[in-house]
Design a protein around this ligand. Structure first.
Ligand code: NAD
Length: 357
């Protein structure tokens, strides 16, 4: 076995149905009594729930969480955080809420408890993202991993089927890229395989019944494992391409990841035969080819739309390729502009991914 390095991050995780009810004791453990609640405009009901749970003992709430963590929103949240004199942060919602929690942690150092309600996996990672002037950037800050993660399966029961599917595929992408990461290691691969297996089998069950608590539990656990992958190793073509599409063209995060996943894998496939074999063994209905398995999974999950449907214009493809190639990163297969263009063109048209020759 090749030598490897592995970083473990210290974090407390509570998992289960109704685990949000443990928030008061978790705040007490941290010695905090004035949390600022962070959530999206559509989920202000979470603030009501937490206000009841804490008998009104909170500093306040900021309900303008926005996808891709725009710096202007973070600055407004920071002003609010200082104005209400919060002593900790509680983010509740999808990866966008977790992301604002991390961005505020970096600026304030306040303890951060997060309650993820999608499968983005951000809660497990030290990656801090932000978008400024249409450019999305990320940096790694090991201290930015939230101190406490409360995975309450009940909160995921309201996640619509469509968002469950795309969010779950966003998580799977973290695991897929961990398998061929330059700094990959057996620990990350173990989480990756388990995460891929768990999500690939639980997501179709969720499509049949969004209230299936067992399937929801499996998917949330799978997202946890996939998040661990993203926390431990570097990313490559898939994530870099999605960053360009999200940051430059403001395409929705999870949907973009869901569409790109089989296409990016198909491009890299000739250079990663061993990883393709592992993937084919763990993605159902692959029949020896993981790209086929992922194509089938996407269609089973109802992801039949294209980058065009998400709002990308045909001319944007050229800009996306140029932007991608301007940001050098490690890839198991060298990047060829015309082939990346073709990959994006297929994803733009909504065609299934096709293995490169
Ligand atoms: P999101 O957080 O924007 O949520 C999408 C929508 O789903 C929102 O309207 C939200 O209110 C709603 N929602 C969330 N949970 C719900 C529930 N249980 N029931 C009903 N509605 C619910 O989307 P996302 O895909 O979870 O996160 C995307 C963001 O996370 C992006 O900004 C991305 O960059 C970031 N991200 C960061 C990392 C990292 O490691 N830094 C990893 C993955 C994603």
């Amino acid at each position: 076995m090749a030598s490897f390095e592995y970083n473990e991050h210290s974090q407390r995780v509570l998992f289960g149905q109704d685990s949000l009810s443990k928030l008061p004791s978790e705040l007490a453990r941290l010695g905090c009594s004035k949390p600022l609640i962070l959530t999206t405009p559509t989920k202000t009901s979470y603030v009501d729930t937490i206000t009841d749970l804490l008998y009104g003992q909170l500093a306040g709430s900021f309900n303008r969480v926005t996808m891709h963590t725009p710096t202007e929103v973070t600055e407004d949240a920071l002003k609010h955080c200082k104005a209400v004199d919060a002593d900790c942060l509680v983010s509740i919602g999808g990866g966008s809420a977790v992301g604002l929690g991390k961005a505020l942690f970096v600026r304030t150092g306040l303890p951060h408890i997060t309650v993820p309600t999608t499968y983005s996996g951000s809660e497990m990672t030290p990656i801090v993202g932000q978008t400024e002037k249409r450019v999305k950037t990320t940096h790694v800050d090991p201290k930015a991993i939230p101190a406490v993660v409360i995975y309450d399966v009940n909160l995921t029961l309201t996640l619509p089927a469509k968002i469950s599917a795309t969010s779950g595929l966003n998580a799977m992408a973290h695991a897929v890229e961990a398998l061929y990461a330059q700094d990959g290691n057996p620990i990350a691969s173990m989480f990756a395989i388990k995460g891929i297996q768990t999500l690939a089998t639980s997501l179709p069950r969720i499509m049949r019944n969004v209230q299936d608590v067992d399937a929801r539990s499996d998917a949330l656990l799978g997202a946890w494992f996939c998040g661990k992958c993203l926390a431990g190793v570097g990313v490559s073509l898939h994530h870099k391409l999605c960053h360009v599409l999200g940051g430059t063209f403001n395409l929705p995060h999870a949907e973009t990841h869901a569409i790109i996943l089989p296409h990016a894998l198909a491009y890299l496939a000739p250079s990663i035969p061993n990883e393709m074999k592992v993937l084919a063994e763990n993605v159902p209905e692959s029949e020896g080819n993981a790209v086929n398995g992922l194509n089938r999974l996407l269609s089973k999950l109802g992801i039949t739309y294209s980058l065009k449907d998400l709002g990308l214009k045909e001319d944007d493809i050229d800009v996306a390729v140029t932007t991608l190639l301007q940001k050098p990163f490690w890839s198991p297969r060298p990047l060829e502009a015309d082939l990346i263009h073709e990959l994006l063109r297929r994803a733009w048209e909504g065609k299934p991914a096709r293995m490169a020759e």
